[in-house]
Design a protein around this ligand. Sequence first.
Ligand code: CAA
Length: 420
Amino acid sequence: MKRLVGIEALAIAAPRRYVDIEDLARARGVDPAKYTAGLGAREMAVADPGEDSVALAATAAARVLRTNDVDPARIGMLVVGTETGVDHSKPVASHVQGLLKLPRGMRVFDTQHACYGGTAGLMAAVEWIASGAAAGRSALVVCSDIARYGLNTAGEPTQGAGAVALLVSEQPDLLAVDVGLNGVCSMDVYDFWRPLGRREAVVDGHYSIQCYLEALSSAYRGWRERALAHEVVRWGPSLPGEQLARVLYHVPFCKMARKAHTQLRLCDLEDVPNAPATTAEAREERAKAASSYEAQVASSLGLNARIGNVYTASLYLALAGLLHGEADTLAGQRIGLLSYGSGCAAEFYSGVVGEKAARRMAQAGVEAVMASRERISVVEYERIMNLPYEAPEPLAPAAGTFRLAEIRDHKRIYVEGAAS
Ligand code: CAA
């Protein structure tokens, strides 16, 4: 019998501080509408050196295990997808294993391919379980990143930080993945990268958008071919992409999801079999339909607009945002998910929202995480950005969170705030 495999539960972690995006625009002498309407941002998470990728990953991972009362002996694989690693050799996942005191009998590793690294880890976990090799065990996949372009750069309003932890198992209460339908596309391009030793990414911003859309097109068409063959979708009065209840995208900034959705629709409109001849302009106009974006995409972007880019975690923050608001409505319905990582790789896959998704999301405590954050001024944000990353401020961690306390003899020492 075919196994149901997918995401059983999730939890998010966000830095304790954020800056309002309109404050940032005013400080930069930019019309705030460029950041709000032009990029779709509202707030931007600001991580201080104590909130590194390990601390954020451990906080999210501990939260998903604690709030779902998971026995750690169930976990046979721990993967962290990140492009903000803290060591050339020792994986972030190994720190997380130690901080959470997880048992030794598990595979522990990081996956890296820019923002795609989290999905690479998730698919390794899903296919490990689907193959039967997991023999009933579960996986913990954590996506954790700090998006950093630097002060006064074009990328500055698209920064952010955070983590999403996913419990993956044969009890996919949140999302049962359609194993084997995935469409993928990889290309060797220089659209965004971070040379060794640099804290800030180097990015060819407008080219990166082109690469994203090109890779999306191939990945989506690959998924659609398999989905049509399995009769998961069909050509008919509605387009294949329209048969997905929602479509979630990698979200470097919210406006990108709108561009991505237009591109996905364009793929369908260009490929409709036996369609009456239309002009490219007419197809583009239909692809841009605001009603389709509002119905299929907009409701997933609430958390992304308030946290900013979280690289590997961005797609899963969109999943958290969607299910936080709509788990009940979507139970039993199929959604599509597009992961993109610069460099580049894209993967489109689908899954069915579980009947218990609303109950699981209530346990995730998303609202409490967001409400615990503090708004800071642009001056304070700039002070934090200029702190050396190897000397974290001596702040006490909030209850249930981890912080980097110091680096001693090249070893990173973390502290945990007692869970309340
Ligand atoms: N009112 C309303 N809208 C305004 C406006 C105003 N006053 N002024 C400008 N805008 C609009 C523009 O028309 C534009 O919208 P469209 O794209 O729909 O035309 C939008 O605001 C942005 O304006 P610009 O393109 O002029 O902005 P920019 O050149 O300063 O930078 C950026 C935008 C390229 C995204 C830059 O922020 C950047 O480099 N970000 C980092 C790279 C990135 O996020 N790439 C995404 C794809 S790669 C990826 O996804 C991987 C990843 O996570 C990094």
